[in-house]
Design a protein around this ligand. Structure first.
Ligand code: GLP
Length: 255
């Protein structure tokens, strides 16, 4: 099956690509990221962690190995990091990014940025990170099953800058699959805020699996509310959502 493009005249800044499966989704997402990177040498790429973008990162590594992509001048800013956690900890997002992408391409170590999960003063680390973020050309996002983006959890208001987050029980449970037990999941994180994310010039959200279908529907077919943090993306002028069939199974008002 070919990837299917869905649009909605009420939300002209957003397009959906529905792909057959996870593999097709990852390839489509990599074509979008790679195509954008080829337009600009000193590309600023916003990055996400989680299981969903792993296939995208594999594809980008393949494009680098094939000589199609060059990361020499690319600078990256990750959405979030657990707190407290050391960079050497294999559960840290710092470790994850080197494992999945950075150590496999020619990116310069000084050009990669993540919030500092081992900073003694987390509030100061958030301020410092927020100030360091350059204008992001393309921000990669996943979505939590509760509608979170980065670690912006459902809340009564949208929080603008990078901030310290108390993870919800739902997120601790979801992310415990990467740990030996739920007790080992850090209860806090440092995350780009909603405003930080919305400043990106373009956004690419990757979504896979039936367990994300409700969050995806609520984000793009419901009201813009802080209880569904991803719903704010309806206000962004340039969002591409790349999903597999299962994740898109509850989407009805896009054709
Ligand atoms: C984590 C990350 C998010 C990510 C989400 C979904 O909590 N902070 O950035 O989008 O989980 O992860 P997964 O792709 O593993 O479902």
């Amino acid at each position: 099956m070919k990837n299917e493009l869905l649009t909605n005249p009420l939300l002209p800044g957003i397009r959906f690509w529905v792909c057959e499966d996870y593999y097709a989704m990852s390839r489509k997402a990599a074509a979008i990221v790679g195509g954008a990177m080829q337009q600009k040498n000193d590309f600023v790429l916003g990055l996400a962690t989680g299981s969903t973008p792993v296939g995208l990162y594999q594809e980008l590594v393949g494009m680098y190995e094939a000589g199609v992509l060059d990361f020499d001048k690319v600078r990256t800013f990750n959405l979030d990091e657990y707190y407290p956690i050391s960079r050497e900890d294999c559960q840290s997002y710092y470790y994850f990014m080197f494992d999945k992408l950075f150590s496999r391409v020619n990116i310069k170590k000084e050009n990669v940025h993540l919030p500092d999960g081992s900073a003694p003063d987390p509030e100061a680390a958030c301020k410092q990170y927020e100030a360091s973020i350059e204008p992001v050309d393309l921000q990669v996002l996943g979505i939590g099953s509760n509608g979170h983006i980065g670690f912006n959890e459902p809340s009564d208001s949208f929080i603008y800058p990078t901030h310290v987050v108390n993870l919800t029980a739902n997120t601790v449970k979801d992310n415990s699959r990467f740990f030996e037990s739920a007790d080992q999941v850090p209860r806090k994180a440092l995350s780009m805020g909603i405003g930080t994310i919305m400043r990106a010039k373009s956004i690419l959200m990757v979504v896979s699996g039936r367990n994300k279908s409700t969050a995806l529907r609520e984000a793009f077919e419901g009201g813009i509310v802080p209880q569904v943090p991803a719903s704010i993306l309806q206000l962004h002028p340039n969002v591409t959502v790349v999903t597999d069939r299962e994740a898109a199974s509850q989407i009805v008002s896009w054709t």
